[in-house]
Design a protein around this ligand. Structure first.
Ligand SMILES: NC(=O)c1ccc[n+]([C@@H]2O[C@H](COP(=O)([O-])OP(=O)(O)OC[C@H]3O[C@@H](n4cnc5c(N)ncnc54)[C@H](O)[C@@H]3O)[C@@H](O)[C@H]2O)c1
Length: 339
């Protein structure tokens, strides 16, 4: 399988590491408007670098495209790749708006190419094990869930995470991991209420949100996200009538140092979670994508699923911005406007 990586930032480099470990995979093209970044990553992979995305995704030596650009450009890059008949793996969130996400799903369906979105938490063994326990009914009737995912304020190309219109803040960028996982566990959402700092004067440097999510199947979830911490940390607790399951990402690391980087010390980019497993969940995710293309097996995270999860995140963001809850009809948020 021959791949193009479009976007040579934090996630482009992360997926490149997975590609290097997967047999039968060659990255042949790397595209990034930042020529130095494209060249550096391409050199490590033995690929050809370009600043022209269209040239990379249209190349004859590319079968599938990994879209690892800032969120607002997921749609144009995916549409370009689909139009050239290339399968697409796109980083989460699928897009910044539901309309963009739906257009991407439609473009891939029209072109007859496979489309998967990188909701990687479904590939973390701990979260997958909780899913299996729930499927088995091992915890009985689920009442309450608490999920938390906190990080330092992310640094990236052109500081695009600090622009709420581009990234959606920590709700659309980070909380969406847990919202997607909880949708996988419990099905569609009925109502969301959230409070947070997005849209306040704090937001460009400190952001935080807490959402209360009611699922149509019964459970109520408290979902916390933050870009106000020193380092990355995750936790989840699921309480049912037959028992509770708990996971805290930090407990799997024997030694932990948390230190806020001095202002003059540039952080490498976004901190992404590690998992002490034989295979990185990012590699498991990519292997799933490649095997799905080879065998025709369905993907664990389809574009349609990713659009639904984006809808929940946008509902939480709207709730923070308006101070009012957002109701859902048939799994779709009744948003007042496009955020
Ligand atoms: N799954 C995860 O754990 C995870 C973690 C971090 C980020 N992400 C997601 O990955 C995506 C990328 O985030 P990042 O932190 O790597 O960003 P980044 O800013 O580090 O990298 C993005 C790169 O894309 C390039 N770029 C911008 N527009 C482009 C275009 N039109 N064509 C080609 N390249 C373009 C930029 O120059 C930059 O090098 C975002 O959607 C983000 O939400 C996912």
């Amino acid at each position: 399988m021959r791949l193009a990586i479009v976007g040579a930032g934090t996630m482009g480099n992360a997926h490149a590491r997975s590609c290097a470990n997967l047999p039968g995979v060659a990255v042949t093209r790397v595209a990034d408007p930042d020529a130095a970044r494209a060249a550096a990553l391409a050199a490590r992979l033995g690929a050809r670098a370009t600043t022209d995305t269209e040239e990379a995704v249209g190349a004859d030596d590319v079968d599938a495209v990994l879209v690892t650009t800032p969120t607002p450009s997921h749609r144009p890059v995916t549409e370009l790749a689909a139009a050239r008949g290339k399968h697409v793996f796109c980083e989460k969130p699928i897009a910044r708006t539901v309309a963009d996400g739906e257009a991407m799903v439609a473009a891939c369906a029209r072109a007859g190419v496979r489309f998967m979105v990188g909701h990687v938490v479904r590939f973390f063994p701990e979260y997958a094990r909780i899913h299996a326990l729930l499927q088995e009914g091992a915890l009985g009737e689920i009442g309450v869930v608490r999920a938390s995912r906190v990080n330092a304020y992310p640094k990236a190309s052109r500081d695009w995470y600090a622009d709420l219109a581009a990234s959606g803040g920590p709700i659309v960028d980070m909380m969406i991991h847990d919202l997607d996982t909880l949708r996988w566990y419990f099905g569609e959402v009925e109502r969301v209420y959230a409070r947070g700092l997005s849209g306040t004067p704090h937001q460009p440097r400190v952001d935080y949100a807490l959402a209360i999510v009611r699922f149509a199947s019964g459970p109520i979830a408290h979902v916390e996200t933050s870009w106000a911490h020193a380092t990355f940390r995750t936790a989840i607790e699921v309480c049912g009538s037959l028992g509770t399951v708990r996971h805290a990402g930090e407990e799997t690391q024997a030694l932990r140092l948390e230190r806020t980087a001095p202002a003059e010390e540039a952080r490498a980019g976004v901190q992404v979670p590690a998992s002490p497993t034989a295979e990185s969940p990012y590699q498991t995710e990519l292997r799933h994508f490649l095997e799905g293309i080879a065998t025709g097996a369905p993907f664990l995270v389809t574009g349609e699923e990713a659009v639904r999860s984006l809808g929940v995140a946008l509902a939480a963001l709207e709730s923070v911005l308006t101070g009012r809850p957002v109701a859902f009809a048939d799994g779709r948020p009744q948003l007042r406007e496009a955020h």
